[in-house]
Design a binder for this molecule. Sequence first.
Ligand code: SAM
Length: 313
Amino acid sequence: MSFLRYKQVIEVGDLVVAYLTRESASVIRIEAGAKLNNRYGEFPHDSMIGKEYGSKLASRTGRGFIHLLYPTPELWTTVLPHRTQILYLPDIAFITGQLDLKPGSRVVESGTGSGSFSHALARTVAPHGHLYTFEFHQARADQARKEFSEHGLDGITTLACRDACKEGFGLEGEADAVFLDLPAPWEAVASAKKALDPRKIGRICCFSPCIEQVQRTRQVLNQEGFTEIRMFEALSKSCDVKATKTLSVDEESSKTRRHLLTRRGIPTSLDEEGGDGGQEKDDRLVTKFPVEVRGHTSYLTFATLVPTVDPSQ
Ligand code: SAM
């Protein structure tokens, strides 16, 4: 199976995302005779074989159900085994857009970490682009390589186990964009510049949790000739949409009048109501944002490198 394609029917050996709710999902590999157990009961893998992806499956005890979903990079990010901090969907979407990544792009990433962003990058640049990803931790590099292979990303991804800061990327003029998620991104900026294609506008993004790292990175980007240096902070905000009754203008003003009179201790009666006699209008959808906004994951520093070589040469 491949994260780059879709298939209809679940077979032995396939990955399935067992989806309970937005907050609760897990990934399983289908094996004859195996079982998935969760708070809704027991789900034998045999009952999944031959079903279509997207199907709803009731537990053997009938206490609840799961949806059997095809693994996409988005779902993988929610279920993958964490070996490091990972990038989540709001940052992934924003970075991909700002780096102008699309099918055919060639992109460099370091470090690979748990491969959360790598999966999204590989799917974005497929089928003719390429992801070069660098991780210096041997066990993480081996595990990510194994997962890329199991998820059908071999042809589109090259993973090298090396120190991107000390040894560089070993690429010259081969990339359209570079993404750095490293403790000291400024140490990899010169190699990133070398990796970018001098015939095109090159783009870079550095993901850093603290502002001191942003300042050092900005300094080095400047020294290396990058321009349009901009920093963003992506904050996730949930929004509740609900139906509510709305009042007419007359009703609203008489409600306010009653409220003011009551506050002054003046008795009021419902007879004072004007307007259309208190009829409520149709339900309307309103959106409310909770006041509290969850803290950011990191600061995102972007910059561009103008072409230095005429593309016709
Ligand atoms: N963006 C990744 C994801 O979404 O799964 C997570 C990256 S994780 C926060 C940072 C990774 O960079 C770690 O796995 C670490 O081992 C690796 N790393 C740190 N310094 C490095 C270096 N100089 N060269 C290569 N990899 C490095």
